[in-house]
Design a binder for this molecule. Structure first.
Ligand SMILES: NC(=O)c1ccc[n+]([C@@H]2O[C@H](COP(=O)([O-])OP(=O)(O)OC[C@H]3O[C@@H](n4cnc5c(N)ncnc54)[C@H](O)[C@@H]3O)[C@@H](O)[C@H]2O)c1
Length: 269
Protein backbone atom coordinates (compact mmCIF):
# COMPACT_ATOMS: atom_id res chain seq x y z
CA UNK A 1 0.00 0.00 0.00
CA UNK A 2 2.82 2.44 0.75
CA UNK A 3 3.63 2.43 -3.00
CA UNK A 4 0.45 4.47 -3.44
CA UNK A 5 2.14 7.46 -1.80
CA UNK A 6 5.39 7.26 -3.82
CA UNK A 7 6.36 9.92 -6.35
CA UNK A 8 9.41 8.23 -7.83
CA UNK A 9 10.66 9.74 -11.10
CA UNK A 10 8.17 12.60 -10.82
CA UNK A 11 8.98 16.29 -10.80
CA UNK A 12 7.28 18.45 -8.18
CA UNK A 13 7.19 22.25 -8.07
CA UNK A 14 6.88 24.13 -4.77
CA UNK A 15 6.37 27.91 -4.81
CA UNK A 16 7.62 30.08 -1.95
CA UNK A 17 9.91 27.18 -1.15
CA UNK A 18 12.42 28.94 1.10
CA UNK A 19 10.06 30.13 3.86
CA UNK A 20 8.69 28.26 6.86
CA UNK A 21 6.44 25.63 5.25
CA UNK A 22 8.20 25.37 1.85
CA UNK A 23 10.89 23.07 3.28
CA UNK A 24 8.21 21.00 5.05
CA UNK A 25 6.48 20.20 1.74
CA UNK A 26 9.82 19.82 -0.04
CA UNK A 27 11.14 17.32 2.50
CA UNK A 28 7.98 15.20 2.13
CA UNK A 29 8.15 15.25 -1.68
CA UNK A 30 11.86 14.35 -1.73
CA UNK A 31 11.20 11.56 0.76
CA UNK A 32 8.57 10.13 -1.57
CA UNK A 33 11.11 10.01 -4.41
CA UNK A 34 10.30 13.19 -6.36
CA UNK A 35 12.75 15.67 -7.83
CA UNK A 36 11.77 19.10 -6.54
CA UNK A 37 11.90 22.50 -8.23
CA UNK A 38 11.92 25.10 -5.46
CA UNK A 39 10.53 28.41 -6.75
CA UNK A 40 11.34 31.49 -4.71
CA UNK A 41 11.69 35.26 -5.10
CA UNK A 42 15.13 36.24 -6.42
CA UNK A 43 17.41 37.10 -3.51
CA UNK A 44 15.10 35.77 -0.79
CA UNK A 45 17.32 34.27 1.90
CA UNK A 46 16.92 30.50 2.26
CA UNK A 47 15.85 29.25 5.67
CA UNK A 48 18.24 26.96 7.55
CA UNK A 49 15.83 24.09 6.84
CA UNK A 50 15.97 24.75 3.11
CA UNK A 51 19.78 24.94 3.12
CA UNK A 52 19.98 21.62 4.99
CA UNK A 53 17.60 19.97 2.50
CA UNK A 54 19.63 21.27 -0.45
CA UNK A 55 22.77 19.71 1.01
CA UNK A 56 21.09 16.37 1.68
CA UNK A 57 19.13 16.11 -1.60
CA UNK A 58 21.98 16.68 -4.05
CA UNK A 59 20.66 17.09 -7.59
CA UNK A 60 17.11 16.15 -6.57
CA UNK A 61 16.42 19.68 -5.28
CA UNK A 62 17.00 22.76 -7.42
CA UNK A 63 16.11 26.38 -6.67
CA UNK A 64 14.69 28.64 -9.40
CA UNK A 65 14.00 32.37 -9.22
CA UNK A 66 10.31 33.13 -9.68
CA UNK A 67 7.96 35.94 -8.72
CA UNK A 68 4.47 34.44 -8.81
CA UNK A 69 2.92 37.86 -9.44
CA UNK A 70 4.84 38.21 -12.71
CA UNK A 71 3.55 36.10 -15.60
CA UNK A 72 6.76 36.46 -17.65
CA UNK A 73 8.83 35.30 -14.67
CA UNK A 74 6.60 32.23 -14.22
CA UNK A 75 6.84 31.34 -17.90
CA UNK A 76 10.62 31.59 -18.04
CA UNK A 77 10.90 29.61 -14.80
CA UNK A 78 8.65 26.88 -16.23
CA UNK A 79 10.96 26.57 -19.25
CA UNK A 80 14.02 26.37 -16.97
CA UNK A 81 12.39 23.74 -14.72
CA UNK A 82 11.39 21.53 -17.66
CA UNK A 83 14.87 21.78 -19.15
CA UNK A 84 16.66 21.01 -15.87
CA UNK A 85 14.38 18.43 -14.26
CA UNK A 86 11.62 17.43 -16.71
CA UNK A 87 7.86 18.07 -16.95
CA UNK A 88 6.26 18.60 -13.52
CA UNK A 89 3.52 16.21 -12.39
CA UNK A 90 2.97 17.87 -9.00
CA UNK A 91 2.50 21.56 -8.17
CA UNK A 92 2.29 22.87 -4.62
CA UNK A 93 1.01 26.45 -4.69
CA UNK A 94 2.51 27.41 -1.34
CA UNK A 95 3.80 30.99 -1.82
CA UNK A 96 1.68 33.43 0.11
CA UNK A 97 1.85 36.44 2.36
CA UNK A 98 0.23 37.15 5.70
CA UNK A 99 0.39 40.24 7.89
CA UNK A 100 3.97 41.30 8.67
CA UNK A 101 5.13 40.60 12.24
CA UNK A 102 3.46 42.90 14.73
CA UNK A 103 5.66 45.50 16.37
CA UNK A 104 3.00 47.05 18.58
CA UNK A 105 2.99 50.20 16.47
CA UNK A 106 1.77 51.01 12.98
CA UNK A 107 -1.63 49.42 13.61
CA UNK A 108 -4.88 50.50 12.00
CA UNK A 109 -8.49 50.41 13.11
CA UNK A 110 -10.67 48.56 10.62
CA UNK A 111 -12.05 51.75 9.08
CA UNK A 112 -8.51 52.88 8.21
CA UNK A 113 -7.01 49.55 7.16
CA UNK A 114 -4.73 50.41 4.22
CA UNK A 115 -6.30 49.21 0.99
CA UNK A 116 -2.81 48.62 -0.40
CA UNK A 117 -2.28 45.87 2.19
CA UNK A 118 -5.51 44.20 1.09
CA UNK A 119 -4.61 44.55 -2.59
CA UNK A 120 -1.14 43.05 -2.15
CA UNK A 121 -2.52 40.03 -0.29
CA UNK A 122 -4.96 39.33 -3.10
CA UNK A 123 -2.21 39.97 -5.66
CA UNK A 124 0.10 37.31 -4.21
CA UNK A 125 -2.23 34.78 -2.56
CA UNK A 126 -4.96 34.67 -5.18
CA UNK A 127 -3.73 36.16 -8.46
CA UNK A 128 -0.25 34.67 -8.02
CA UNK A 129 -1.70 31.21 -7.40
CA UNK A 130 -3.93 31.70 -10.44
CA UNK A 131 -1.04 32.59 -12.74
CA UNK A 132 1.17 29.72 -11.58
CA UNK A 133 -1.78 27.38 -12.13
CA UNK A 134 -2.30 28.79 -15.63
CA UNK A 135 1.32 28.18 -16.63
CA UNK A 136 2.24 24.92 -14.86
CA UNK A 137 -1.29 23.50 -14.68
CA UNK A 138 -1.84 24.27 -18.36
CA UNK A 139 1.19 22.13 -19.22
CA UNK A 140 -0.15 19.31 -17.02
CA UNK A 141 -3.56 19.44 -18.68
CA UNK A 142 -1.93 19.30 -22.12
CA UNK A 143 0.05 16.20 -21.02
CA UNK A 144 -3.01 14.62 -19.40
CA UNK A 145 -1.46 14.14 -15.94
CA UNK A 146 -0.95 16.13 -12.77
CA UNK A 147 -1.82 16.91 -9.19
CA UNK A 148 -2.06 20.48 -7.92
CA UNK A 149 -2.20 21.21 -4.19
CA UNK A 150 -3.13 24.76 -3.25
CA UNK A 151 -2.16 25.76 0.27
CA UNK A 152 -5.15 27.43 1.92
CA UNK A 153 -5.65 28.17 5.60
CA UNK A 154 -8.15 27.60 8.37
CA UNK A 155 -9.00 31.30 7.85
CA UNK A 156 -10.45 30.36 4.46
CA UNK A 157 -13.33 28.89 6.50
CA UNK A 158 -13.56 30.91 9.69
CA UNK A 159 -12.75 34.42 10.84
CA UNK A 160 -9.68 34.89 13.04
CA UNK A 161 -10.53 35.00 16.74
CA UNK A 162 -9.18 38.45 17.65
CA UNK A 163 -9.04 37.40 21.32
CA UNK A 164 -5.90 35.36 20.50
CA UNK A 165 -4.11 38.69 20.17
CA UNK A 166 -5.67 40.83 22.91
CA UNK A 167 -2.66 40.40 25.24
CA UNK A 168 -0.33 42.11 22.75
CA UNK A 169 0.64 45.60 23.91
CA UNK A 170 0.10 48.56 21.60
CA UNK A 171 -1.74 51.84 21.10
CA UNK A 172 -4.56 50.14 19.22
CA UNK A 173 -5.77 46.56 19.60
CA UNK A 174 -4.01 44.20 17.19
CA UNK A 175 -6.38 43.43 14.33
CA UNK A 176 -5.82 40.38 12.16
CA UNK A 177 -6.65 41.57 8.66
CA UNK A 178 -9.71 40.35 6.75
CA UNK A 179 -7.62 40.30 3.55
CA UNK A 180 -5.79 37.08 4.38
CA UNK A 181 -8.85 34.90 4.93
CA UNK A 182 -10.67 36.46 2.01
CA UNK A 183 -7.77 35.67 -0.33
CA UNK A 184 -7.56 32.09 0.97
CA UNK A 185 -11.32 31.52 0.70
CA UNK A 186 -11.03 32.58 -2.92
CA UNK A 187 -8.25 30.03 -3.41
CA UNK A 188 -10.56 27.28 -2.09
CA UNK A 189 -13.19 28.30 -4.61
CA UNK A 190 -10.67 28.56 -7.46
CA UNK A 191 -9.49 25.05 -6.60
CA UNK A 192 -12.97 23.77 -7.41
CA UNK A 193 -12.96 25.70 -10.67
CA UNK A 194 -9.76 24.06 -11.93
CA UNK A 195 -10.74 20.64 -10.53
CA UNK A 196 -13.85 20.66 -12.70
CA UNK A 197 -12.18 22.29 -15.71
CA UNK A 198 -9.29 19.82 -15.84
CA UNK A 199 -10.89 16.67 -14.41
CA UNK A 200 -11.26 15.19 -17.88
CA UNK A 201 -7.63 16.10 -18.65
CA UNK A 202 -6.25 13.95 -15.83
CA UNK A 203 -5.33 16.84 -13.52
CA UNK A 204 -6.55 16.77 -9.93
CA UNK A 205 -6.70 20.03 -7.97
CA UNK A 206 -7.18 20.18 -4.20
CA UNK A 207 -6.63 22.58 -1.30
CA UNK A 208 -4.68 21.68 1.83
CA UNK A 209 -5.69 24.11 4.58
CA UNK A 210 -3.36 24.07 7.59
CA UNK A 211 -4.29 25.40 11.00
CA UNK A 212 -1.75 27.53 12.85
CA UNK A 213 1.68 25.89 12.71
CA UNK A 214 4.06 26.02 15.69
CA UNK A 215 6.76 28.61 15.12
CA UNK A 216 7.94 31.54 17.15
CA UNK A 217 4.54 32.37 18.71
CA UNK A 218 4.49 33.66 22.28
CA UNK A 219 3.35 31.38 25.12
CA UNK A 220 0.07 33.18 25.74
CA UNK A 221 -0.95 32.95 22.09
CA UNK A 222 -0.10 29.24 22.02
CA UNK A 223 -2.13 28.60 25.17
CA UNK A 224 -5.18 30.50 23.89
CA UNK A 225 -4.97 28.93 20.44
CA UNK A 226 -4.40 25.42 21.79
CA UNK A 227 -7.42 25.64 24.10
CA UNK A 228 -9.56 26.40 21.05
CA UNK A 229 -8.42 23.27 19.13
CA UNK A 230 -10.13 19.89 19.72
CA UNK A 231 -6.69 18.20 19.53
CA UNK A 232 -5.44 20.85 22.02
CA UNK A 233 -2.34 22.09 20.24
CA UNK A 234 -0.97 23.92 17.21
CA UNK A 235 0.11 21.92 14.16
CA UNK A 236 3.65 20.58 13.98
CA UNK A 237 5.51 20.55 10.67
CA UNK A 238 5.28 16.77 10.42
CA UNK A 239 1.48 16.86 10.81
CA UNK A 240 1.31 18.43 7.36
CA UNK A 241 3.48 16.01 5.41
CA UNK A 242 1.22 12.94 5.24
CA UNK A 243 -1.78 14.99 4.04
CA UNK A 244 0.38 16.62 1.34
CA UNK A 245 1.65 13.26 0.06
CA UNK A 246 -1.89 11.90 0.09
CA UNK A 247 -3.17 14.70 -2.14
CA UNK A 248 -0.08 14.78 -4.38
CA UNK A 249 0.11 11.04 -5.05
CA UNK A 250 -2.08 8.35 -6.57
CA UNK A 251 -3.32 7.54 -3.05
CA UNK A 252 -5.82 10.33 -3.81
CA UNK A 253 -6.46 9.27 -7.42
CA UNK A 254 -10.24 9.82 -7.01
CA UNK A 255 -10.02 13.00 -4.93
CA UNK A 256 -10.37 16.36 -6.63
CA UNK A 257 -11.93 19.71 -5.78
CA UNK A 258 -11.54 18.89 -2.09
CA UNK A 259 -10.38 21.08 0.79
CA UNK A 260 -8.44 18.94 3.26
CA UNK A 261 -8.35 20.82 6.56
CA UNK A 262 -5.33 19.88 8.65
CA UNK A 263 -6.27 21.97 11.66
CA UNK A 264 -6.65 19.59 14.61
CA UNK A 265 -10.42 20.03 14.35
CA UNK A 266 -10.35 23.84 14.76
CA UNK A 267 -13.03 24.39 12.11
CA UNK A 268 -15.23 21.57 13.49
CA UNK A 269 -16.01 23.64 16.58
N1 LIG B 1 2.66 29.04 8.89
C1 LIG B 1 1.39 28.86 9.18
O1 LIG B 1 1.01 28.75 10.36
C2 LIG B 1 0.35 28.76 8.07
C3 LIG B 1 -0.95 28.38 8.41
C4 LIG B 1 -1.90 28.28 7.41
C5 LIG B 1 -1.54 28.54 6.10
N2 LIG B 1 -0.28 28.91 5.79
C6 LIG B 1 0.04 29.16 4.38
O2 LIG B 1 1.15 28.38 4.03
C7 LIG B 1 1.92 29.04 3.02
C8 LIG B 1 3.37 29.16 3.48
O3 LIG B 1 3.39 29.90 4.69
P1 LIG B 1 4.73 30.12 5.52
O4 LIG B 1 4.35 30.11 6.94
O5 LIG B 1 5.79 29.18 5.05
O6 LIG B 1 5.08 31.62 5.09
P2 LIG B 1 6.51 32.24 4.86
O7 LIG B 1 6.32 33.72 4.80
O8 LIG B 1 7.50 31.69 5.81
O9 LIG B 1 6.90 31.71 3.41
C9 LIG B 1 6.26 32.16 2.24
C10 LIG B 1 7.29 32.20 1.13
O10 LIG B 1 6.65 32.71 -0.04
C11 LIG B 1 7.57 33.57 -0.69
N3 LIG B 1 6.87 34.55 -1.53
C12 LIG B 1 6.17 35.66 -1.12
N4 LIG B 1 5.76 36.35 -2.19
C13 LIG B 1 6.18 35.66 -3.29
C14 LIG B 1 6.08 35.89 -4.67
N5 LIG B 1 5.48 36.98 -5.16
N6 LIG B 1 6.64 34.99 -5.52
C15 LIG B 1 7.28 33.90 -5.04
N7 LIG B 1 7.43 33.64 -3.73
C16 LIG B 1 6.88 34.52 -2.88
C17 LIG B 1 8.32 34.25 0.44
O11 LIG B 1 9.57 34.78 -0.01
C18 LIG B 1 8.47 33.12 1.45
O12 LIG B 1 9.68 32.40 1.29
C19 LIG B 1 1.25 30.38 2.79
O13 LIG B 1 0.41 30.30 1.66
C20 LIG B 1 0.46 30.59 4.06
O14 LIG B 1 -0.63 31.44 3.85
C21 LIG B 1 0.68 29.03 6.74
Amino acid sequence: MSQLFRLDNQVAVVTGACGKLGPVWTEALLGAGARVAALELPGAPPSAAFTALTRAAGGHLRRFDCDITDRASIESTARAVVEALGEPAVLVNNAGIDQPPDTGGNRSAIDHLPIEQFRRMVEVNLLGTFQVTQVFGGRMAARGQGSIVNIGSLYASVSPDQRFYDHLPGDLPFLKTPAYGASKAAVVNMTKYFATLWGSSGVRVNTLSPGGVLGGQDAEFKAKYGARVPLRRMARDEDLQGPLLFLASSAAAYVTGHELRVDGGFTAW
